[in-house]
Design a protein around this ligand. Structure first.
Ligand SMILES: [Zn+2]
Length: 288
C-alpha cells in the first residue's frame, strides 16, 4: 500500500515537472476596464461572485449593499487604512446595482425634468449627464461604490470632496486599486459629471498609473490602444511593470511570469496586458 502511494506521488511529481505551462494554462482575466456611455453591458449581465459589504464589517447605509468579492476585499483594506489615519466616519451608500434598478433611477430623474417643463429631448439630455443610461453604469459591474460620510448623513454632493473622507480617498484610494472615476474637468471624456464620491476598482498598477498621470480610464485606453504606447513604471515595492495593448490575449503565461490581462470592454475591443518585467520578490505577485 505504502509502495503504491509512493508511486502515485512520484507520478504526480513527474507530471507537475513535465507538464508545460502552455496554452492550456488557464488565463487570469482581470476585471474589465471600460463601462461608460459608449461601452455598455447587457441587461442580464451581473458579477459572478459578490459579497455583502456589511458582512465584511464595512460601514454601509443599507445592509444589502454588495460588491464584487475581490473589489470588496480591497475596500476592506482601504477603509482599515483610512481608520488608522484617524478618518472614521465614512459610509458606503451604493455598490452593485441591477439593470432594472438603473432603469428605475433613470426614469425617475427623467420624470423630474419633464415635471419642470423640459421637453422630452431636453429632459433626456439632462438626465444622461446625472444618471447613467441603463447598461452603462459602472454599478452594474459590481466594481464601483459611492462613498460618503456620516457627518453629511450619507448624502452625495460636492461636499464629499471637502470632507476628510473625500480628501483621504482622493489621495490614497489608488493604493488599494481604486480610482476616482469621474474627475473634475474630464466630464467630456467620461460622459459623467464630476463625482467626488464614486470610486471604481481597477486593480493596481492601473490605479497608480491613473493617479500619477492624472488620467481617467478613457485617456488611459486612448494612450495604450489608439496611440499604441507602452507604459512602464516601478511601484513602491520596486516591482517594474510593462502595460501594453493587445488585440487578443495571446499566449501569455499568466501563472509563471506575473501577467495579468484586462479586457478593455466588450469582445473585439482588445485587452491591456500587464507584465512584471522586474521584481525583487521571489514569489510571483498577484496584484489585481
Ligand atoms: Zn456611483
Amino acid at each position: 500500500m505504502k509502495k503504491m502511494l509512493t508511486s502515485v506521488l512520484c507520478l504526480m511529481l513527474l507530471f507537475s515537472l513535465v507538464l508545460p505551462a502552455s496554452a492550456e494554462t488557464p488565463k487570469d482575466f482581470s476585471c474589465r476596464l471600460l463601462y461608460n456611455p459608449w461601452n455598455s453591458m447587457g441587461a442580464d449581465e451581473a458579477p459572478e461572485d459578490m459579497v455583502s459589504l456589511y458582512s465584511l464589517s464595512i460601514v454601509v447605509s443599507l445592509s444589502s449593499i454588495k460588491l464584487d468579492r475581490q473589489s470588496a476585499s480591497f475596500a476592506r483594506a482601504m477603509f482599515d487604512a483610512m481608520i488608522q489615519d484617524g478618518v472614521t466616519n465614512y459610509m458606503v451608500v451604493s455598490g452593485y446595482r441591477t439593470y432594472a434598478k438603473q432603469q428605475q433611477l433613470y426614469a425617475d430623474k427623467l420624470a423630474s425634468y419633464k415635471a419642470l417643463g423640459y421637453s422630452d429631448e431636453q429632459a433626456d439630455q439632462l438626465t444622461r449627464t446625472i444618471v447613467a443610461v441603463p447598461g452603462t453604469s459602472e454599478h452594474q459591474s459590481g466594481l464601483a461604490m459611492d462613498i460618503s460620510n456620516t457627518a453629511q448623513g450619507g448624502t452625495l454632493s460636492g461636499n464629499v470632496e471637502k470632507s476628510a473622507v473625500g480628501a483621504w480617498l482622493k489621495e490614497r484610494a489608488w493604493e488599494f486599486g481604486y480610482t476616482l472615476r469621474y474627475p473634475k474637468d474630464k466630464s467630456n471624456l467620461t460622459g459623467i459629471i464630476y463625482e467626488p464620491w464614486h470610486f471604481r476598482f481597477v486593480g493596481a498598477p492601473h490605479a497608480q498609473i491613473l493617479q500619477e498621470r492624472s488620467l481617467c480610464l478613457e485617456e488611459y485606453i486612448t494612450l495604450t490602444k489608439e496611440q499604441g504606447r507602452t507604459v512602464t513604471f516601478t511601484d513602491k515595492n520596486g516591482i517594474s511593470y510593462r502595460i501594453s495593448y493587445a488585440d487578443t490575449p495571446g499566449d501569455y503565461d499568466l501563472t509563471e511570469t506575473g501577467v495579468s490581462i484586462n479586457p478593455i470592454a466588450n469582445e473585439g475591443d482588445g485587452y491591456l496586458v500587464t507584465e512584471i518585467i522586474h521584481s525583487p520578490l521571489k514569489t510571483p505577485l498577484r496584484w489585481s
